[in-house]
Design a protein around this ligand. Structure first.
Ligand code: NAD
Ligand code: MG
Length: 395
């Protein structure tokens, strides 16, 4: 068996750590070429000792120097690089067969697109890449013979529930609706008023999943589901009216595909990201993921409609998808700024959709022409959302 050679962007994050957990179970299948992280020097150091990558990348020069020093003292041969150009280098190097794109936010976009242009096998956790640059990214995948596997549990479930070899034509496959399930997050049963005063600690305490802080807040606001709707639009070439959201608090059914003949195919499992990660790493084979079996005996599965009034972020995402053009990139950028402000106690939870709506109201009328245009809109939307929140804070 030819080994896959992996670069893992965001190795120190939740998805990165889960990926390395699966990789460590299959030394005969995978070798690690590069691991990257933003700030956690000690964590990346330990990972380098265990997985012996050729390269490690830290975002900042200082952190990179500190990591290099530690690795040299430990006698490690891993070479340390710094900065965003290095992220692109280790994602596109000829030795690399497979990229795990698990940086959080639009920061993951340049290296992920570069890997698509280099025709790599891409395991995509970084949903923001598809939200910001869906058409461009999918074009890069198709034009360069790249392979794309979703890591998001919902999209992995849909991938598994579609016919093998699905070619992007839902009609030809007999598909009526893609059903994305949503846990509803920690505030599923809370009133709008109760949600005005929630703390970051309450927002990141997800009932079913352990995740990074940003995506945890997105789950609490249901923006995560909104970003996933846009992600599904691009991954499966589905128009907005074919994508529906169903709240399913137990997170056992990870998503479903409804066919023309009335059949509904679903994928179920214990909520553990190692399942979609192992599915993508091993495809087309099924490999051990270390996940405990699903215990259905005695459990109950519930389903509810999503409430767009209490979770306006979900409505904003559907609106942005329908508007197209710059809207999804602006939605994403304003959300990143607002979530960061909320996590750092510079705004309230209910200010997140307000800041996004503010940025979306200032959308340029023109259509984006390429990646630079989208990145410029991303920068502008960050400024606009930031100014909006700063003005609110001083009132
Ligand atoms: P996390 O916060 O735990 O980890 C983020 C990783 O990205 C870290 O390694 C961090 O060092 C790196 N990073 C952060 N900012 C960076 C920057 N500016 N430049 C370079 N690197 C940077 O997040 P996570 O939960 O692992 O999520 C990662 C991605 O996967 C997100 O896009 C998220 O939406 C997606 N995702 C996560 C889960 C989950 O269960 N955690 C599920 C589905 C999708
Ligand atoms: Mg998900």
């Amino acid at each position: 068996m030819k080994k896959q050679t992996l670069t893992i962007l965001g190795a120190t994050g939740t998805i990165g750590v889960n990926t390395l957990d699966v990789v460590a179970r299959h030394p005969e299948r995978f070798e690690v070429f590069a691991l990257t992280g933003a700030t956690q020097v000690d964590k990346l150091f330990q990972q380098c000792l265990q997985f012996r990558p050729r390269y490690a990348v830290m975002t900042g020069a200082q952190a990179a120097a500190a990591l290099g020093e530690k690795l040299r003292s430990a006698g490690s041969a891993t070479e340390v690089l710094a900065g965003s150009a290095a992220l692109i280098e280790v994602s596109t190097a000829p030795e690399v067969s497979t990229l795990m794109a698990a940086i959080v936010g639009a920061a993951g976009l340049p290296a992920t697109i570069a890997a698509a242009r280099a025709g790599k096998r891409i395991l995509l956790a970084n949903k923001e890449t598809l939200v910001v640059s869906g058409q461009l990214f999918m074009d890069a995948v198709h034009e360069n013979g790249a392979e794309l596997f979703p890591i998001d549990s919902e999209h992995s479930a849909i991938h598994q529930s579609l016919p093998a070899g699905f070619n992007g034509d839902l009609d030809a496959a007999g598909v009526k609706i893609l059903w994305l399930t949503a846990s509803g997050g920690p505030f599923r049963t809370w009133s709008r008023k109760q949600m005005e005063n929630v703390t970051p600690e309450q927002a990141v305490a997800h009932p079913n999943w352990v995740m990074g802080r940003k995506i945890s807040v997105d789950s609490a606001s249901m923006m995560n589901k909104g970003l996933e709707v846009i992600e599904a639009r691009w991954l499966f070439n589905a128009q907005a009216d074919r994508i529906r959201v169903l709240v399913h608090p137990q997170s056992i059914i990870h998503s479903m595909v409804e066919y023309r003949d009335g059949s509904v195919m679903a994928q179920l499992g214990t909520p553990d990201m190692r399942t979609p990660i192992a599915y993508a790493l091993g495809f087309p084979e099924r490999i051990d993921a270390g996940v405990s079996g699903l215990e259905l005996m005695g459990s109950q599965l519930q389903f509810e409609a999503p409430d767009m009034q209490r979770f306006p972020c979900l409505q904003l995402a559907f609106d942005a998808l329908k508007a197209g053009g710059y809207a999804p990139a602006v939605l994403n950028a304003a959300n990143e700024v607002a979530v960061d402000a909320f996590l750092n106690r510079r705004c309230g939870f209910a200010d997140i959709p307000r800041a996004i709506a503010h940025a979306l109201a200032l959308l340029p009328a023109s259509s984006p022409d390429g990646l630079d245009d989208l990145l410029e809109a991303d920068r502008r939307a960050r400024d606009q959302a930031g100014e909006f929140l700063a003005a609110k804070a001083t009132v």
